[in-house]
Design a binder for this molecule. Structure first.
Ligand code: FAD
Length: 374
């Protein structure tokens, strides 16, 4: 008797299904809005056919099975460029957080909306002045009867202008509460009165992230994620998700770009030289590391600071790949308005988002290698 959830069988059934169901994106819409529309379309199709429900608990609209099935879906879908890795990553980061921290009723109501592409959500953590030092955040939530009233500002909130909801970190403790016990998370509807979303244009020419302002925004106590003071723990639990399953599909995407680079390098008559070899080695090292991480997650291990290694390797491999494109395709970054240029510029963000390279190295030195503070 064969097991349909055995990863190799699951993959071959998925690949066959993708062969029969054409989800190719429209060739003429490369806007961010177009990418998000395509993501919603693909998610809807995957959800209706069951694929995007595997690896998620039944209590939250999933069909169960190991987490590794999600990684396989992400790899196949992003590796074929059916969806872009950015929007896909929000799903892998925010759904586990809702499942772990929302009340069971809220998770059961909301998570299927995300899995089915009906909604997009965003992550409201960073603030002006509180990025690496996230615990210093100042957006405040004050209790009022059965509700909380939020005032403050978030920044770099990816896809907020397209999002229906936000997982928001706020400060709730008083001046004597230690920082890490003074933070509380909420699940906020972005159409609540008092919320203003302003997109920011990045250097790669896309309004990917936003400033989000909260002016006397009233949130029901039933939208709190966990208990008052659990927000720091939620943030620390979320970050490893940002560096596990969602990395697996980003790696598939980078491999697809590596293959495209080989084709273009040959087209312009350049030799595929040792630079390409080094870029491949960096990608392969990253993939081996991430594969071990996927297995640890699937075996039920709690991921922690060890995923900082994955983050350092990802940022290094991504930047090396696009540096190689710049070196081997003369002018393609500097002079031409191509995908390579946009992606090269975006790859510079890899050492910033999800925790900067310097901060990751500090974590590796202090928490994994026990090298002390200096
Ligand atoms: C593409 C992209 C998408 C993002 N999406 C989101 C999102 O959806 N939601 C969200 O909340 N945030 C998001 N962010 C924000 C991101 O989390 C922060 O940019 C990141 O945490 C760094 O914070 P910062 O920008 O305030 O830089 P800072 O913390 O001010 O850092 C500035 C410089 O100082 C260095 N530095 C800081 N502290 C130390 C230290 N202790 N030791 C050594 N060096 C240090 C840093 O490495 C960096 O080089 C996104 C960022 C990017 C680039």
């Amino acid at each position: 008797m064969t097991d349909p959830l055995e990863p190799a069988q699951f993959r071959s059934r998925l690949v066959a299904w993708l062969g029969e169901n054409d989800l190719t994106p429209s060739a003429d819409d490369h806007s961010l809005q177009g990418h998000l529309r395509q993501f919603a379309r693909v998610q809807r199709a995957l959800y209706d056919a069951g694929w995007s429900r595997y690896g998620w608990p039944e209590a939250a609209g999933g069909l169960g099975g190991p987490d590794i099935l999600r990684a396989i879906v992400g790899e196949e879908v992003v590796g074929r460029r059916l969806v872009e890795p950015g929007p896909y990553s929000m799903l892998e980061v925010l759904a586990p957080t809702m499942i772990d921290y929302a009340s069971p009723a809220l998770a059961a109501e909301m998570v299927p909306k995300l899995l089915s592409g009906e909604e997009q959500w965003c992550q409201g953590f960073s603030e002006p002045g509180s990025g690496s030092d996230l615990a210093s955040l100042t957006t405040r939530a004050t209790p009022r009867g059965d509700t909380w009233v939020v005032n403050g500002q978030k920044v770099w909130t990816s896809f907020a202008q397209f999002s229906h909801r936000c997982i928001l970190l706020t400060r709730t403790g008083d001046a004597d509460t230690p920082n890490h016990e003074a933070i509380t998370a909420f699940f906020v509807d972005l159409d609540t009165p008092g919320i203003t979303v302003r997109p920011l244009r990045t250097m790669h020419g896309v309004d990917e992230f936003c400033e989000v302002y909260f002016d006397d925004v009233v949130i029901g106590a039933d939208r709190m994620l966990g208990r008052p003071g659990d927000g720091w723990r939620l943030a620390m639990d979320l970050l490893p998700y940002e560096r596990s399953t969602c990395f697996w599909q980003r790696i598939a995407y980078l491999y697809s770009r590596f293959d495209a680079l080989i084709g273009e390098v040959k087209n312009v008559g350049q030799a595929v030289d040792s630079d390409m070899g080094e870029a491949y080695l960096a990608l392969h090292t990253l993939r081996c590391r991430s594969r071990a991480t996927q297995h640890r997650l699937a075996e039920g291990h709690k991921l922690g600071p060890d995923t900082s290694i994955d983050k350092v390797l990802l940022a290094g491999a991504e930047q090396r790949l696009y540096d190689t494109a710049r070196d081997l395709l003369p002018g393609v970054i500097e002079l031409d308005d191509t995908e390579w240029r946009t992606e090269y510029l975006y790859s510079r963000a890899a050492t910033i988002y999800g925790g900067t390279a310097e901060v990751q190295r500090n974590i590796i030195a202090r928490r994994l290698l026990d090298l002390g503070k200096e």
